[in-house]
Design a protein around this ligand. Structure first.
Ligand SMILES: [Zn+2]
Ligand SMILES: [Zn+2]
Length: 319
């Protein structure tokens, strides 16, 4: 097993990756919004409903699924009548790097008045931005510095997770969706096909046919998602051939910055969804020539961020 700089175009390579497995659990727009609200201290059904604007049935089904996946557990807070609140399990708390990197992206690129305006690191007493970096060499991780190799378990992991087999719907078709338009990171990555198209781009795939084959997406859905990503400034459509005219799709800086949350999902899936030593894809940081392990640190003191040590300066109004 050796690291390769250029990706091999394997059918469904992205679908087999830990990113896809992670997205199958938390890649749903609603699931992610719920987890994020619970991080902000919202724990009760009615409060979650108000914050996410999810329809009652949608919220109930996502909460049930997050409990089944071991991300949340139900904690009784009242005896008669019995009432439960939702809390994060260790597996859920471990999503913290993903939540932080999503916050960072919204801060840098999004219309972020929906999010807490400022994060404060209690350990050093400073306002800060979360930074994602290699835990080995401490450098920030860029897509071009990451190589991957196919692990021993790639074949076994190749089966498509059942939730991907359903055609996913666009934002406006999502059942019961009437939430705020301003949750931009979720708009960009909130549906699983979009996330997978981005994952393909992070793995270095630029051409339409390569992307289509790598994630097993129908071509009409792919062109739809690529158009949307181009409109949002996540991907640039660049002509690489005059005759016949051919285009390829390259990540913009805004798009490359989503890479960090994608890596955080990859690592979370490695810790919780994959048998140790049987990872379908192994990532290497070329800068320090080791298997890649990221950490999210405080931009001020560079200590690894712990959820108990980070507070929110002010909750921005929801409207
Ligand atoms: Zn490194
Ligand atoms: Zn700090």
């Amino acid at each position: 097993m050796s690291a390769v700089a250029k990706p091999e175009i394997e059918p469904n390579i992205i679908l087999s990756s830990q990113v896809a497995q992670g997205l199958a659990v938390i890649g749903d727009r609603w699931a992610f919004m719920i987890v994020r609200e619970i991080y902000l201290g919202v724990r009760r059904f009615e409060d979650l409903r108000e914050r996410t604007q999810a329809a009652r049935g949608t919220l109930a089904s996502r909460l049930k699924s997050l409990v089944e996946q071991g991300i949340l557990y139900k904690n009784p807070y009242q005896k008669s009548p019995v009432r439960h609140e939702y809390r994060l399990t260790d597996k859920g708390i471990d999503l913290y790097p993903v939540v932080l990197m999503m916050w960072r992206w919204e801060h840098d690129w999004g219309d972020h008045h929906y999010l807490p305006a400022t994060l404060v690191h209690q350990a050093c007493g400073s306002e800060m931005l979360p930074m994602y970096r290699c835990s080995g060499c401490k450098l920030e991780i860029r897509p071009q510095d990451v190589a991957f190799s196919v692990g021993d378990n790639f074949e076994a992991a190749r089966k498509i997770p059942p939730r991907f087999q359903r055609r996913s719907r666009s934002k406006h078709e999502i059942e019961g969706y009437k939430g705020p338009e301003k949750v931009q990171a979720l708009d960009c990555t909130g549906d699983r096909w979009t996330s997978l198209v981005l994952a393909a781009a992070f793995f270095g795939l630029k051409r339409f046919d390569d992307i289509a084959m790598s994630i097993g997406i129908a071509t009409n859905i792919l062109s739809d998602r690529l158009k949307a990503l181009t409109r949002m400034g996540i991907i640039d459509r660049v002509k690489y051939l005059e005759r016949p005219v051919r285009h390829e799709y390259r990540l913009s800086q805004k798009g490359r910055d989503i890479y960090k949350q994608t890596l955080a999902i990859h690592e979370w899936a490695n810790r919780w969804l994959v048998e140790p030593g049987r990872e379908p894809l192994v990532l290497h940081h070329k800068a320090c020539d080791t298997d890649l392990h990221g950490e999210v640190v405080c931009s001020h003191c560079e200590q690894v961020l712990d959820p108990h040590e980070v507070t929110y300066q002010a909750l921005a109004p929801t409207e």
